[in-house]
Design a protein around this ligand. Sequence first.
Ligand SMILES: *Cc1c(COP(=O)(O)O)cnc(C)c1O
Length: 404
Amino acid sequence: RSWPVVFDTAVGSRLTDVDGNSYLDFFAGAGALNYGHNPPALKKPLIEYLTRDGITHGLDMHTRAKEEFLETFRDLVLEPRGLDYKVQFPGPTGANSVESALKLARKITGREAIINFTNAFHGMTLGALSVTGNSMKRDGAGVPLVHATPMPYDNYFDGTVSDFMWLEKLLQDSGSGLNASAAVIVETVQGEGGINPARVEWLQGLAELCRRNDILLIVDDVQMGVGRTGPFFSFEIAGIEPDIVCLSKSIGGYGLPMALTLMKPEHDQWGPGEHNGTFRGNNPAFVTATAALREFWSDDTLERSTIAKGERVEGVFTELAAASRVLTPKGRGLARGLSFSQPELAAKTCAAAFERGLLMETSGPSDEVMKVMPALTITDDELTEGLEIVKESVRAVMEGVSAE
Ligand SMILES: *Cc1c(COP(=O)(O)O)cnc(C)c1O
């Protein structure tokens, strides 16, 4: 609705519509296109795979493409980080990974209750919605959303209440009414909830609280994983090891649907076929996922450039905020947001940017945050160009307000 054109082709960070107009992409498929559109290093192996009649649909059959992905994921992602996880292929969406994580946590612990956080977003299916905050999205369920208890996310009370005061108290008080919980599910940076980063100490405190209370920790890294905040997994900076990790969006690398649920080996208590799905073996996505790991995760070049680019965005946002006092910059890595104290101005700014050829969307409970999530592979020149448009758009909208 906010981009009333018909898009046709895209390369890297640029899309073209059917009339030949070009747009710079600060949206990146909501985090599904961390390597940009049609990256050559992924396209070539994909075309070769299709040309040689590689298996396309494989359910849970053993295939060469799956084997290569699993080996590459082990060698380039898990082992270098000292992480020991078993890999499950749930259905190919983020919501499906979340559903499998919640089911598994309940199966392992024999408990129903899940602890989630204010302003969390975990997907649109019923289990995922039950741990999602947004009231409009929850209302879509049409049935009661149960077995989840929301707790304050980091900084929910603007630093006035100490971390976990409420959660810790409820866990300790046998009269609190909180059911014994199977798991806590958390995003390290809330993407849809308004680009809210949890502090490292908060994440460490949460992991410790889970450990002490024998509650499983699920990190939903569907949007912030695969390098969005810098490191491959967004939780690496906290040095924590979640029991279960959800990945989707950019793991396939090419915008092809794919999802993973990672679990500590001792938690693999699934019976055969207990969480199955027709499109788990999306082999073309395995091919592009493998190529992406080889191209971008053999060393730390991408991680470092993402952090540097993120700092450039932060610098521009800080500058804009200093000039206005109604804007607040937030985020981590290349997941950045600018929060407007008048929520409708965020969408107005995105509309102003669209007129200038830049794609951005909003997030947050009142859509009050202008969300900047370019491809991690965006060039420095493109980033400069986009940030200039952001500055112009913010200023145009703010001037319009003060003129009213
Ligand atoms: C997008 C997202 C999901 C849901 O993924 P889908 O592929 O849309 O089902 C779940 N969790 C987080 C954090 C997300 O950003």
